[in-house]
Write a protein of this length. Structure first.
Length: 157
């Protein structure tokens, strides 16, 4: 599958990665940009124990039936150290590689990682949403918070 465009190289320093996030977050669109939702993709990355490899996987389901229609994986070496707030530079390249192997292009992606609920408002979901030119949602089990401030319970917190 063709990717819309490249935004930057992935081989960057920690300072360059932070600058990329701060620059690209201005391009995020926080409104519905599609008219029909037929296919939803979900992406996540797993790590192999005791070596330097990771596996990216993306499943595409029909909507609203949620039947799996397509699935792609990619395996590769870990390209970036683990640094909280810079997960997209560690997991983004392998997820893009898996995405290119899909036969069905999703209308929306859900990534296991932060989106705009990120200290720089540019987590993995936001980053890959721009890279793939697709609406994206971050869904994670672990909040990435600055300090000890927790989000409120109201919508939009």
């Amino acid at each position: 599958m063709r990717i819309a465009h490249s935004l930057h190289t992935w081989n960057v320093s920690i300072d360059e990665a932070t600058t990329i996030q701060e620059t690209l977050r201005k391009r995020i669109i926080l409104k519905k940009t599609f008219s029909e939702l037929r296919y939803i993709g979900g992406g996540d990355v797993g790590y192999f124990k005791d070596n330097n490899l990771l596996l990216g996987a993306i499943a595409v389901c029909s909507f609203p039936a949620m039947e799996m229609l397509d699935f792609a994986t990619a395996c590769g070496k870990i390209p970036f150290p683990y640094i909280p707030g810079l997960l997209s530079f560690r997991e983004g390249p392998i997820l893009i590689k898996a995405f290119k192997r899909l036969e069905i292009r999703p209308d929306l992606m859900i990534f296991e990682g932060q989106g705009i609920a990120h200290p720089r408002e540019f987590g993995l979901a936001s980053h890959l949403g721009l890279w793939l030119d697709l609406p994206s949602i971050g869904c994670t089990k672990t909040p990435l918070l600055c300090g000890s401030v927790s989000p409120g319970t109201r919508k939009g917190s």
